[in-house]
Every structure is written in structure tokens, then in C-alpha cells.
Design a protein around this ligand. Structure first.
Ligand code: FAD
Length: 546
């Protein structure tokens, strides 16, 4: 079997360009990854191509919650809440180290939000729709209890509160784990491979034309069926296919900002109302707290979505109104990200009112496109698409039924949260003598699960004076050889998340890591400088706003 390493790219390209596939999936976000895993595990010969790195699009720029979408209850989207709400426990079970239970605090006030009784009933319905276990069901709080949970809240505003169950994750890591699982079931997967056109046999699609962004070469993948899971780019591909008629996408931008946890020391994740009627999350993560999100209609460049000064000021003001002693300023922001929601346009509806439901479009030439939906619902979306592919195109062949609710992610993963905690404790004991903190142990386990052992084994004997960089080099080794890292940004943005949650580490070690990459990828000096310059430009954009 071809391993999932940069070194195997030429072999993967050869395979894609010479074999014929049942299904080719366009887009390596969570939706495409889920479809590839579902299809490959049912026995379809599957290929997936992504024009950038995996999770480059929306799937690395979400709020990073596996959640039922409490606010969709307000929009009476019971079906959506039921489906994604129930999926939370399923996805948690598939990767307990990566989809971690997180209690959410919901402060209540007289002036904003639904008020005590409506919230109490709403959360009860939320728990009921999602089948939440009795011990995890919502608990209503008095004013005093709420302020005890979060003393930073504006005391005069708080009338009570609620605690309810959600899960946090890392969206890009979840995507890469699903991609790796798809590869383990035989899917052939390539990043930096852009679909530039479609191939037709008479009037029906018979494949895609691909441009390899690494070598610059073009090749064709022959396939019986083509599914586009290109997220915000779905309409571009429908246009190339001359099938952009009827419903179309409506992109909305969502921004998150990241500050040091010392600046906004919330004790736990909190979901609060703001003056314009929207709701915002503040979520502690490692040494930081992140805050988001905005929701504004977007028609700019989809490949370069950035946080503007206005976005940053909106979120800073929301924090300062809710937590008045904090006095956050835009200068406190260490990092940020901005993503696009690929929603389905509905006449007369504002960005926040648009449905988050997914939608499947079928073109007369056979292109199947899927857009909308949530990270949380990726598995069910994939199941619907693969059911459709089989029904329409492979009626005469028999396949396994969908089994992705049983396919554990991160290969050798844990059975329960208890096991994760025990493992994290043992990692902590191993690395503590070398000056590495409990937070580092937690980061390693949440990122790599049991593969943390592979990384620590690669480091070998830790030396306290070089422990931090030895570990980072070992992470790079793992990500290059097992997770198809091809660039500095793949590593710092989407495999480790350091660009958001530990940006100082990048400033300390960017050149050392660039030199390691130089060796792994045989870069010359000019390529190495280009990678470093691009990384520096990104670091600059994520905290200097216009
Ligand atoms: P994408 O992740 O954008 O993937 C599409 C991929 O297709 C891209 O990587 C792109 O490079 C590739 N592509 C495009 N064109 C081509 C081509 N021609 N050839 C090859 N590849 C191509 N959901 C939740 O469940 N929980 C949350 O907390 C949450 N928070 C959110 C917060 C924000 C601000 C936003 C914007 C969304 C949030 N969502 C959340 C929704 C969720 O993130 C998205 O529904 C999901 O990530 C969409 O994934 P996707 O795979 O469909 O699209």
C-alpha cells in the first residue's frame, strides 16, 4: 500500500492518472473527506483531489465545535438540530481524544436573549432531540451560581444561566484523520491537485482534468461518477460544468480572534448574547482564549479571506460589554482566522437567517454537488451522497451498507475519555522532567492521540535544553511521513494549529523547521526563503488588520 507521505506523491499521481475509478471526489474539506471514507469503506474504488492542503477551506476555520447548533432551534430547524445533535456522541465515540466533551455556560439577562423560561424549555428540547444522557442534560442556574461559574460576567446584567453539553474539536485535525481513514480503506488521495475541467463521454461526465500544483503537470482521472464537495467553490465548478442554474450559494464570512488566556481568563466555554441579537462564543484553549464569530455576506476573494479591523473591533466590543473588567483591545489579538459558510441563498434572508442545512445538486451531465451543512453533520451528509451515487450509478452491484459510525478515527484510538485521560497523564509524566508542561501533553494527545507515542519514540532521549524544538521536529517528521504535509503552512496552520494557539513558538522555531523541511522536500535556498516569506506574511495578516 502507498503510504500517506509527501515522498509518495509521484506514485499517487501515477495511480490516479492510469487507473479508472468508481468515484472521484473534488475537495478535501470535512465533506469530501467524509464522502471518500464512506465510499471507500463500502467498496467503491474512490479517489479524492484537493487543490490546496486538506482542510484549507472552511474546514480549518470553524468555531471548532461538534455541536447541535442551539441557535437553530430559534429558527425552528428541528430536523437539523436532531441530526447534528445526535451526531455529536457518534463522532465523540469515533475519536474521544479529538472530540472532547465541553460544558457550555449560557448566561441569561433580562435585556438580551430568550429569557430564563424559554431558554430552559429550549435546552430541554435540545437535549431531548439529541438524545443527551440524563447526567449530561442541561442544568439551570441562579444568578449567584452563574457568577460563580464565571465571575468576569457583568454582574448587573446576569439574571441566571444554564450549563449544557457540547464537544470541542480541531476541525483540520478531524478532517485529516478522516482522510487518513479513507486512505486506509484504499482511497487514493492527493492534495495540491486542482480540478480545472470536466471530461465527458458523449453528454455524461467521465472524469476530471487535474493540475498538479507541485509539478505543474496536467493529468486526467477517469471516473464513473464525480462528486463536488468544494464548499465555497461549489458554484465555480457548477459554472465550469455549465449547470449553475436554480439554487446558488450565498457565502457568509465568520471571523474568530485569539487572545492570551491571561487577557480573557474565562473559566470555561461560554456562549453569550450581544446587543445586535447575535450570540458569540468565548472558548479557552491551551494558553489562549478564542472568540467568535461574525456573520456577514461575502463576495470577495475566496482563496484569501481575511479578518478586517471592523470584524476585530466588533468581537473586542462584544467581549468588553459582557466582561467589563477585561478591557480588551485590538492590540491584544495574537492571531485570528476567517472562514466562509457555503450556505444556500434564500431571497430576502439575511446572513444569520440563512439555513445551515446541506443541499445536493445534480446536473444533467451527472455532476453531484453538495454544499451547506455543518462540520458536525459530515458523516450523515456523506451517507446521503454515497447512497445517491450507488442508487443512480451502481444499481447492479452490491456494496456494504454505511458503516462509518463504527470506523474509529486516528487508527489506534481510545475507547473512552477515561482512557484518554490516563494516557495524557502518562505522557505528562514522561515529558515533565524535561521542562515540558501539562498543556504540552494535552496538546500532543488531543492532536495525535496514541500516535503521540510514535512522536516521542522518534525524539528518543529528551534533553531539557532542547526539549521544545526536539519535540517540534518530531511532530514535523510524523506529519511529513504520515499526514502528507507539503509546506511550512500545512504544518503550522492545519496539522499543529500553532499559528492560532501558540504563535510565539513559530517565531522561536520557524527557521529551524524551515531547514528541516528543506531536507525533507529537497528545497533549494530560494524555495526555502519563499516558504518563510509566505509564512511571515500570513503571521502579519492574522493580527494586523485594515
Ligand atoms: P471546505 O472545508 O471549504 O472544503 C472544500 C475544499 O474544496 C477546499 O479545501 C477547497 O480548497 C477545495 N476545492 C475547491 N475547488 C477545488 C477544485 N477545483 N479542485 C480541488 N479542490 C477544490 N460547523 C460545525 O459543526 N461546528 C462549528 O463550530 C462550526 N463553526 C463554523 C464557524 C464558521 C465561521 C464557519 C464559516 C463555519 C462553521 N461551521 C461549523 C460549518 C463548517 O465549518 C462547514 O460546514 C464545513 O467546514 C464545510 O466543509 P466543506 O468540506 O463542505 O468545505
Amino acid at each position: 500500500m502507498i503510504s500517506f507521505s509527501y515522498n509518495e506523491r509521484p506514485a499517487i499521481v501515477r495511480k490516479l492518472s492510469t487507473e479508472k475509478y468508481d468515484l472521484v471526489v473534488i475537495g478535501g474539506g470535512i465533506t469530501g473527506a467524509g464522502i471518500a471514507l464512506d465510499a471507500a469503506s463500502r467498496g467503491l474504488k474512490t479517489a479524492l483531489v484537493e487543490k490546496n492542503d486538506f482542510a484549507f477551506g472552511t474546514s480549518s476555520r470553524s468555531t471548532k465545535l461538534i455541536h447541535g447548533g442551539l441557535r437553530y432551534l430559534k429558527q425552528l430547524e428541528f430536523g437539523l438540530v436532531k441530526e447534528v445533535g445526535s451526531e455529536r456522541a457518534v463522532v465523540h465515540h469515533l475519536a474521544p481524544h479529538l472530540v472532547v466533551p465541553e460544558k457550555m455556560l449560557l448566561p441569561l439577562s433580562d435585556k438580551k436573549g430568550l429569557g430564563y423560561w424559554l431558554t430552559s424549555i429550549g435546552l430541554k428540547i435540545y437535549d431531548w432531540l439529541a438524545g443527551v444522557k440524563p447526567e449530561d442534560q442541561r442544568k439551570m442556574l441562579t444568578k449567584l451560581q452563574t457568577l460563580k461559574y464565571e465571575p468576569l460576567l457583568k454582574k448587573d446584567d446576569v439574571k441566571g444561566g444554564a450549563i449544557y453539553a457540547e464537544y470541542r474539536t480541531d476541525d483540520a485535525r478531524l478532517t485529516i484523520e478522516i482522510i487518513k481513514a479513507a486512505v486506509s480503506y484504499g482511497a487514493t488521495v492527493l492534495s495540491y491537485a486542482e480540478v480545472s475541467d470536466f471530461i465527458y463521454n458523449e453528454d455524461f461526465l467521465s472524469g476530471v482534468q487535474v493540475k498538479d500544483q507541485v509539478s505543474g503537470e496536467q493529468f486526467i482521472i477517469q471516473s464513473n461518477v464525480v462528486v463536488s464537495a468544494a464548499g465555497p467553490w461549489v458554484d465555480e465548478l457548477r459554472e465550469i460544468n455549465k449547470s449553475k442554474t436554480g439554487k446558488r450559494l450565498h457565502l457568509t464570512k465568520g471571523v474568530h480572534i485569539v487572545v492570551s488566556h491571561i487577557k480573557l481568563p474565562v473559566r470555561q466555554a461560554i456562549y453569550f448574547d450581544v446587543d445586535d441579537g447575535r450570540m458569540i462564543f468565548a472558548i479557552p484553549r491551551g494558553r489562549t482564549t478564542y472568540i467568535g464569530t461574525t456573520d456577514t455576506t461575502y463576495d470577495g476573494d475566496k482563496d484569501h479571506v481575511i479578518t478586517t479591523l471592523k470584524d476585530a473591533q466588533y468581537l473586542v466590543a462584544a467581549v468588553n460589554t459582557t466582561f467589563p473588567s477585561v478591557n480588551l483591545t485590538v492590540a491584544d489579538i495574537e492571531s485570528s482566522w476567517a472562514g466562509l459558510r457555503p450556505l444556500i441563498h434564500e431571497d430576502g434572508k439575511s446572513a444569520s437567517e440563512l439555513s445551515r442545512k446541506d443541499e445536493i445538486f445534480e446536473s444533467p451531465t451527472g455532476l453531484i454537488s453538495i454544499a451547506g451543512g455543518k462540520l458536525t453533520g459530515y458523516r450523515k451528509m456523506a451517507e446521503r451522497v454515497v447512497n445517491l451515487v450507488i442508487k443512480k450509478h451502481f444499481n447492479n452491484r452490491s456494496f456494504n451498507s454505511c458503516q462509518t459510525d463504527q470506523i474509529k478515527l486516528a487508527s489506534n484510538t481510545f475507547a473512552s475519555v477515561k482512557q484518554v485521560k490516563k494516557f495524557a497523564h502518562s505522557v505528562c509524566e514522561k515529558i515533565k522532567p524535561f521542562g515540558l508542561s501539562e498543556l504540552t501533553a494535552q496538546y500532543l494527545v488531543e492532536n495525535y492521540g496514541k500516535h503521540t507515542e510514535d512522536i516521542l519514540r522518534y525524539v528518543g532521549k529528551l534533553d531539557a535544553s532542547e526539549a521544545e524544538i526536539s519535540l517540534l521536529k518530531a511532530e514535523l517528521w510524523y506529519c511529513v511521513h504520515h499526514e502528507m504535509v507539503c509546506t511550512l503552512q500545512d504544518f503550522f496552520v492545519r496539522r499543529t494549529g500553532l499559528i492560532y494557539f501558540d504563535v510565539h513558538k513559530i517565531w522561536r522555531w520557524r527557521e529551524v523547521i524551515a531547514n528541516e523541511c528543506k531536507t525533507y522536500f529537497s528545497w533549494d535556498d530560494s524555495r526555502t526563503s519563499k516558504e518563510l516569506n509566505e509564512l511571515d506574511m500570513l503571521l502579519h495578516t492574522l493580527r494586523n488588520f485594515k
